[in-house]
Ligand binder design. Structure first.
Ligand code: SAH
Ligand code: DHB
Ligand code: MG
Length: 218
């Protein structure tokens, strides 16, 4: 089925997304620079853009920049006076992302914080709240990142977490894969968190079988 999922994503992209030089150049540059091809798909990127616009987001937080592909989609959803913070562990990824954001014309609205996201988050105090948070970094820390998103958000803040199905791996109770353990800890945390309304939606497509969490701070 994987080829057919890809073909349908190609159809969706051709019909609804159009050609996009900045995004195509970003993916090409990422590959040239040795970054892994684990960006969100084009259709998922547009979904993030739409969700951020529907939320009326003026301040967006992203955890996990890679080459800035999802960053560009989200930054494009911002109004002129909006701003985005994106967190990335690897300095090389951040360098590649900065060049991609500049080419896309959104660098002026995006602040890349390099280092462990746990540290960058802990350093954030007395900031205006974020309206929209996209979590897409080390899956081990996902429950912690959602806690931080609540702390840095406000009632109504939208939270999206990528890669929470992992080709069904989320069902593996006895897995020793830290990404699966972290994903299951995320679901346990969401189930016990009274400050959120949350769901998870499975997806297939260019990124195989996976899914995302969508949550809203009450
Ligand atoms: N959101 C991107 C893909 C992110 S891939 C997109 O869709 O285009 C995950 C990224 O998280 C990688 O670049 C990885 O280096 C980074 N990362 C992993 N662990 C991290 C951590 N502890 N803190 C911050 N970033 C981390
Ligand atoms: C992985 C991470 C991602 O953010 C993604 O979209 C796909 C895979 C990973 O770490 O394997
Ligand atoms: Mg991801």
């Amino acid at each position: 089925m994987g080829e057919r999922w890809q073909a349908v994503d190609n159809y969706i992209a051709a019909k609804l997304l159009g050609d996009d030089d900045a995004l195509a150049a970003t993916l090409a540059n990422n590959a040239d620079q040795g970054l892994p091809p684990i960006d969100v798909s084009a259709a998922q990127g547009k979904m993030l853009f739409l969700l951020a616009q529907i939320a009326g987001a003026k301040r967006i937080l992203e955890i996990g920049t890679l080459g800035g592909y999802s960053t560009i989609w989200l930054a494009r959803a911002l109004p002129d006076d909006g701003e985005m913070v994106t967190m990335e562990l690897e300095a090389h990824h951040a360098d590649v992302a900065r060049a991609n954001l500049e080419r896309a014309g959104v660098a002026g609205q995006v602040d890349i914080r390099i280092g462990l996201a746990t540290d960058s988050l802990a350093a954030m105090t007395d900031e205006p709240p974020f309206d929209f948070v996209f979590i897409d970094a080390d899956k081990q820390n996902n429950a912690h990142y959602v806690h931080e998103a609540i702390r840095l958000g406000r009632p109504g803040t939208t939270i999206v977490v990528d890669n929470v199905v992992r080709e069904g791996g989320v069902l593996e109770i006895a897995s020793d894969d830290e990404k699966i353990i972290g994903t299951r800890a995320l679901f346990d945390m969401l189930a016990a968190e009274p400050r959120l309304d949350a769901t998870a939606v499975q997806t297939v497509g260019a990124k195989k079988w996976d899914g995302f969490v969508l949550a809203r701070v009450k």
